[in-house]
Design a protein around this ligand. Structure first.
Ligand SMILES: [Zn+2]
Length: 407
């Protein structure tokens, strides 16, 4: 790993001319001048300065000096939060899909590269749902040994296999095991796919999983379609991933119970099509599935539009980034606004304060405000007027450290 750490640090110093060590920024005040700031909650600030000390924003002060980073002319906003990625999922040396579970040295470096690409794309926090391989990467980033977004992980997911999944007691034991392994949340596969949406867990099994997690203080993210959506809501789970084929009544029940929805509007499927040669023929991706993936995209748009019509439904940002999509997570914003007609400001907030709240981190990240972590990005252009501005991230600071400064 040492070679990688050194090469990444060298890259950050010479490619972007930025401080590479935490000690340089720990006690120093940093002042960012901005003409336009989106505060992460749907509001804006103009012609002011953000003052950072160590890893925190300490005040907003139009007269603060000296200015270290002049970001006037860009749109400054909180770093994005992607609530659903698979950060260790990569392509192998043969160029083929290697999944999220590969533990070769090649895959390990690829995972570190995914973290770097994700951070450079403006994502300062991700929730990675589905591989115990996330754990050492999460920890390396957290101790400052590797550059990357802050990572939360589910460790090993609970994959529904009907009766074989186990008794409610066995499922509770599985949940406790993930907590002991260091999981920040529990990921549950409660249904098949949009093509085969049947439930893979009974109501009783789901109840056990989400109840045990709740007792341990862990959130539950449930991969669900159709009937599994309502079952997960009834079971007291925290968040629904995907969700197509749920009815309006199911979605209204989610509002009543305060359950979050993380639907996808395109990137995950577009990415399979874009990288078809790399996925085709690897486990889970037979050649014949690709025309079906293409046909599925409009159904995902329709479901997103359906969800937008439900008053009070909390829709957060999650790209479901797998191999090929790391660093391109922001394409999902464009899909949401362009194809599902989401309001651009709501799309931004869904990856800022709303996502922070869903992660239980609303008092730490997701907004530009004193006391919060200095996770700050700047885009060339105004994403509210032109959503493709999300592709042009010129500046990235996480926890007070600048990783990218192209201005
Ligand atoms: Zn996923």
């Amino acid at each position: 790993m040492r070679a990688l750490i050194i090469s990444l640090c060298v890259l950050s110093v010479f490619a972007f001319g930025v401080p590479s060590s935490t000690s340089q920024t720990q006690n120093k005040q940093i002042v960012i001048a901005a003409s336009t700031i989106l505060d992460g909650k749907g509001g804006g600030l103009h012609d002011t300065r953000i003052v950072i000390e160590g890893s925190k924003i300490v005040r907003i002060d139009p007269n603060a000096t000296p200015v270290n980073y002049d970001l006037r002319g860009l749109t400054v906003m909180p770093g994005w939060i992607d609530s659903h990625v698979h950060i260790t999922w990569s392509f192998g040396p043969d160029g083929k899909n290697a999944g999220a579970g590969s533990t070769t040295p090649y895959a390990t470096y690829a995972a570190a590269a995914n973290a770097w690409a994700t951070l450079m794309a403006g994502f300062t926090t991700v929730q990675s749902v589905g591989s115990p391989n996330d754990l050492p990467l999460r920890d390396a980033v957290a101790r400052g040994a590797l550059p990357g977004p802050r990572i939360l992980t589910s460790a090993e997911p609970l994959i529904g296999r009907g009766e074989q999944t186990g008794t409610p007691d066995e499922i509770r034991a599985f949940v406790r095991k993930q907590k002991e392994a260091g999981a920040d949340l529990i990921k549950i596969f409660a249904a098949g796919s949009v093509r085969r949406p049947q439930m893979l867990l009974t109501q009783e099994q789901l109840n056990a999983a989400c109840d045990e997690a709740k007792k341990l203080g862990l959130r539950t993210l449930v991969h669900a379609y159709k009937d599994a959506v309502r079952a997960a809501v009834v079971a007291g789970c925290t968040q629904i991933e995907h969700g197509p084929l749920a009815t309006d009544d199911d979605l209204k029940l989610m509002v009543q119970k305060g359950v979050w929805l993380d639907p996808q509007a395109g990137l995950v499927m577009e990415n399979y099509l874009l990288n078809k040669d790399k996925f085709a023929g690897t486990p889970g991706y037979p050649e014949e599935v690709f025309p079906a993936i293409k046909e599925m995209i409009p159904a995902y748009h329709d479901f997103f539009k359906q969800a937008l019509k439900i008053p009070g439904l909390k829709i957060l940002f999650g790209s479901d980034a797998v191999a090929g999509a790391h660093g391109r997570n922001a394409e999902e914003f464009i899909d949401r606004v362009r194809d599902a007609h989401a309001d651009p400001m709501a799309a931004m907030v869904s990856a800022n304060s709303l996502a922070a709240e869903a992660l239980g981190m609303g008092n730490q990240i997701g907004s530009i405000a004193p006391g919060l972590d200095a996770d700050i990005i700047a885009l060339e252009g105004d994403p509210i007027k032109d959503i493709t501005a999300v592709r042009r991230v010129d500046f990235v600071m996480r926890s007070g450290i600048v990783y990218k400064d192209k201005k």
